[in-house]
Design a protein around this ligand. Structure first.
Ligand SMILES: [Zn+2]
Ligand SMILES: [Zn+2]
Length: 259
């Protein structure tokens, strides 16, 4: 059984990712208003938001959580989040919540989802791997300050990855952000820069990797061209056509399918 995925939009102004395993379609994070989310879902062919199996939350930052509760209440969708995220989430009124700890395997319809913790300045931030019954494997990896052996283990054998490329080091250094904010973003509990993302990819095997989607690009401190060129330098040429970028405005605009 194949996995399909698409980004509704990615960056500090809002995130949302759709993942379909078999007959189960899940939304990971929602940092958009209901109106904007409904519009972006429809552009990807999801005309009935109530048909989603639920929403998974990575962490409590507004670009991931702000639209979750409104959307879940409007369309009666269950919400999965870590115990740590629940502890700090402000708006959970009237939600059907399913709480988890990192490492617990979740079975949601046809999808097998495994949350794993990442170093990020949030209460219990998790990213996810998705596995379909045919054993295809997709990994989401954004909002982390650095790679760790535990993260690396979760990347093994994946067939697709959404990988954070938040900033270009020189643009960040010469850009508008004050030193304290630069230190936060580039620190161990911040975000992955293009170079760090490239190193993570270079450490992986490519045989199974069908899609590499560069995500969570900063609009001030990065460009799609810079992110892409850092990544292309790190991977062999035969892999180049598998690399694409998700944008803040349009996300991936299309579904990617892992066959
Ligand atoms: Zn974020
Ligand atoms: Zn974050």
């Amino acid at each position: 059984m194949s996995i399909r995925f698409a980004s509704l939009g990615s960056g500090s102004k809002g995130n949302g990712t759709l993942i379909t395993c078999g007959d189960t379609c899940l939304l990971v994070d929602c940092g958009f208003t209901i109106k904007e989310t409904v519009k972006r879902l429809a552009q990807l062919g999801v005309t009935e938001p109530g048909s989603l199996a639920g929403i998974l939350v990575t962490h409590e930052h507004g670009d991931h959580l702000s639209g979750v509760a409104p959307l879940a209440r409007r369309f009666n969708l269950p919400v999965w989040m870590s115990y740590g995220t629940r502890r700090v989430a402000r708006d959970v009124k009237n939600l059907t919540l399913q709480l988890f700890h990192a490492g617990e395997r979740l079975r949601i319809g046809d999808a097998e989802v495994t949350p794993f913790t990442v170093p990020h300045d949030a209460a219990e931030p998790c990213q996810f791997t998705f596995q379909s019954p045919g054993a295809k494997r997709l990994v989401l990896l954004t909002d982390l300050g650095k790679n760790t052996p535990y993260v690396q283990r979760n990347l093994q054998g994946c067939d697709g990855i959404l990988l954070e490329c938040n900033y270009d080091t020189e643009m960040m250094r010469d850009g508008p952000y004050p030193p304290a904010l630069q230190a936060r973003i580039t620190g161990d509990y911040g975000h992955l820069g293009n170079q760090q993302a490239a190193e993570i990819l270079a450490s992986m095997t490519y045989d199974r990797l069908q899609h590499i989607v560069l995500s969570h690009l900063s609009e001030q401190n990065n460009t799609p061209e810079k992110a892409q060129s850092a990544i292309l330098e790190a991977v062999p040429e035969r892999v180049h056509e598998r690399v694409s970028v998700s944008s803040q405005q349009k996300g991936t605009a299309v579904w990617h399918e892992i066959l």
